[in-house]
Design a protein around this ligand. Sequence first.
Ligand SMILES: NC(=O)c1ccc[n+]([C@@H]2O[C@H](COP(=O)([O-])OP(=O)(O)OC[C@H]3O[C@@H](n4cnc5c(N)ncnc54)[C@H](OP(=O)(O)O)[C@@H]3O)[C@@H](O)[C@H]2O)c1
Length: 223
Amino acid sequence: MIWPMAQTPPDVNGLSIGILGGTGDQGKGLARRFSIAGHTVLIGGRNAERAASVAAEIGLDGSDNATVAAQADIVIVAVPWEGHKATLESLRAELAGKIVIDCVNPLGFDAKGSYALAVEEGSAAEQAAAVLPDSRVVGAFHHVSAVLLLDPAVDSVDLDVLVLGDDREATDTVQALADRIPGMRGVYGGRLRNAHQVEALTANLISINRRYKAHAGFRVTDI
Ligand SMILES: NC(=O)c1ccc[n+]([C@@H]2O[C@H](COP(=O)([O-])OP(=O)(O)OC[C@H]3O[C@@H](n4cnc5c(N)ncnc54)[C@H](OP(=O)(O)O)[C@@H]3O)[C@@H](O)[C@H]2O)c1
């Protein structure tokens, strides 16, 4: 049970989802799973034609990021950290009033593996909130493996998705969205000021995956 007693999860049926940077593995994987769950999903990219062509590979529609941001009810940010701030700055108007889900992990990579980068605002999610004051920013899906999301042989993506944000109605909605993917549970993980360690924990997950040749995820016990 992940919803506190007496709480009815919000109905997220019928919400359309747009994915910025949806042409990459993470965005495409989430798109695939939400589409299977019955949502209309739009794949966004910097080039409309390329996005449409990548989207068509998985039977979806695609366009440029601005069009997708304007059309979708809920928008997921799945661009690399390097392009995070500039992408969001350019879409402030399109994203106003919307729930914006940030799954970006600011990580560096060197010969020893991956490590968390220092972020001026605290975390990618807090940077998104700073850049998008009129949007409802939620951090989620940081630890979900794109490989599993894209694998047609994987029916159930078994992990808990930590959902962080300062707007409880928005985090409830994103928890309910995570619940739509078989095997996943959306678990409230605290406010945006605690997003840094959730993003950084992905570096540990990558170490686990390398050591055990796995696509590991986290589970929260006793809930
Ligand atoms: N891969 C995973 O398993 C995983 C898991 C959890 C979280 N994440 C997070 O999800 C995000 C996307 O991961 P990914 O592996 O899918 O990344 P990716 O393939 O490197 O990038 C995704 C898409 O972003 C666009 N893009 C590339 N550089 C950009 C820039 N400078 N500015 C704006 N857009 C740019 C590209 O699309 P266009 O060229 O079409 O614009 C690209 O297809 C990352 O921030 C990562 O931390 C990934």
